[in-house]
Write a protein that binds this ligand. Structure first.
Ligand SMILES: [Mg+2]
Length: 420
């Protein structure tokens, strides 16, 4: 028999911000998207105040002030690092786990049923909280779909104190009745509309739905969900994530860029960042795409949007080679007197060095050359962007608007939290 636990961090971004800033505890917090656009995360207190997800900042600015909501720019360096720590802690409680998203992880607890699973999960929860500062909720079930449902209820019901074990539980029917069908994992809004028309309103109804009809309407994927609700595990744990297909580094600029030098410095930074990333994943790239564009929302200016794909031959992950190609690409698509609002670099056709296609004239690939390695070590030590290939200094103009960003407490030496 299979047993899965789904561990989900509570209000993850808001919780990360609170670790090093106790002043934020018990206060309504919202986190804004890049360039301080709209709300992408809310603390419980902010949810209670009725602030909707996706609320545009410029519309809600006064409302936030009135209600005392604390506004923060997103700090992805912090969230990524804390996520890694949480996942590392979680992986110590079972030999098999799957990182499902930045703040969710499935644990395979098959064979752990000699333990009291509620107690075991309490222990996991306590350790994660103590070692990382992040509160989590845990749902347990015989399938991934059931563990998702358990997790949802664990989070919304006070009685559960953040943990719900639906494995061999007398409460399973009630739990399924309490779960609306559109909240079942994998059932989108479109499917739930079709189901509701057949009076299938809850997960409980869906579990008993006629399988032939489900299969006809929703195919094998739909049938799998029904089987999962019945306790038959059909969606396996994916503990080896597939290799990345593309790596993209792009930004919207705080203020539009017009001059070539500024844009060149931005593209250079993006390509350096992208090549570091591709090395980190142990991959090499076969092509690079460079793109620039104006803001589609500003109709007063001349609109321009252009991208170009160049092949990297031989395939490579060298900072220098990728940088050179990016500059070549920019030169071909740059047009003067344009207000550029966004630009980026995408590395494509990625593969493992040992699987790379070699040809007669280039019977080798360029992977982890000494210079790039040194570059990574220095930037890891002194902070990303400390060392860059020869070019003009970054002009301030292309930084994002991040007026309310907290320090990168855990990833930059010069921003470490201070104890007073
Ligand atoms: Mg979460």
């Amino acid at each position: 028999m299979t047993i899965f636990a789904l561990v989900d961090c509570n209000n993850f971004y808001a919780s990360c911000e609170r670790i090093f800033q106790p002043r934020l505890i018990n206060k309504p917090i919202v986190v804004l998207s890049n360039n301080d656009g709209c709300v992408i995360a809310r603390s419980n207190e902010a949810k209670i105040l009725g602030i909707p997800m996706g609320a545009p900042y410029f519309k809600f600015r006064n409302d936030f002030k009135k209600k005392g909501v604390i506004v923060l720019s997103s700090n992805y360096a912090l969230y990524g690092d804390i996520s890694n720590r949480v996942m590392t802690v979680l992986s110590s409680f079972t030999p098999r786990s799957e990182i499902y998203s930045i703040d969710e992880c499935f644990l395979d607890l098959s064979g752990f049923d000699h333990l009291n699973l509620t107690e075991y999960c309490k222990h996991i929860r306590q350790c994660v909280l103590q070692w990382t500062g992040i509160p989590v909720s845990i749902g347990v079930g015989q399938t991934k779909t059931l563990s998702k449902i358990a997790n949802r209820l664990a989070k919304t019901s006070k009685k559960t104190e953040g943990i719900l074990d639906l494995n061999n539980s007398p409460w399973i029917d009630i739990a399924l009745q309490k779960t609306e069908v559109n909240n079942v994992w994998g059932i989108g809004r479109r499917w739930s509309r079709v189901l509701e028309r057949q009076d299938i309103l809850t997960a409980y109804d869906l579990r008993a739905a006629p399988e032939r009809w489900i299969r006809q309407k929703f195919g094998i994927v739909g049938l799998r969900t029904v089987k999962e609700l019945q306790g038959l595990s059909c969606v396996k744990l994916e503990d080896e994530s597939p290799d990345k297909q593309t790596i993209c580094v792009s930004r919207s600029f705080g203020k539009p860029l017009t001059d070539y030098t500024a844009l060149k410095s931005a593209i250079a930074t993006f390509s350096d960042r992208a090549s570091s990333k591709v090395r980190k994943h142990g991959l090499i790239a076969g092509e690079i795409n460079v793109f620039v564009q104006t803001s589609p929302f500003n109709t007063d200016i001349e609109q321009y949007s252009k991208s170009i794909t160049l092949s990297l031959h031989p395939q490579t992950n060298s900072t220098q080679e990728i940088h050179r190609a990016a500059m070549r690409g920019l030169n071909q698509i740059f047009k003067p007197n344009i207000h550029y609002k966004k630009a980026g670099v995408i590395l494509i056709n990625l593969s493992r060095p040992e699987k790379a296609v070699k040809d007669l004239f280039y019977p080798y690939v360029q992977s982890n050359d000494q210079l790039s390695k040194a570059y990574d070590i220095i930037n890891q030590r002194f902070g990303s962007g400390f060392l860059q290939l020869g070019q003009v200094k970054k002009p301030k103009t292309w930084y994002m608007n991040q007026n309310y960003k907290t320090p990168s407490f855990t990833t930059r030496w010069d921003e470490l939290p201070r104890a007073k």
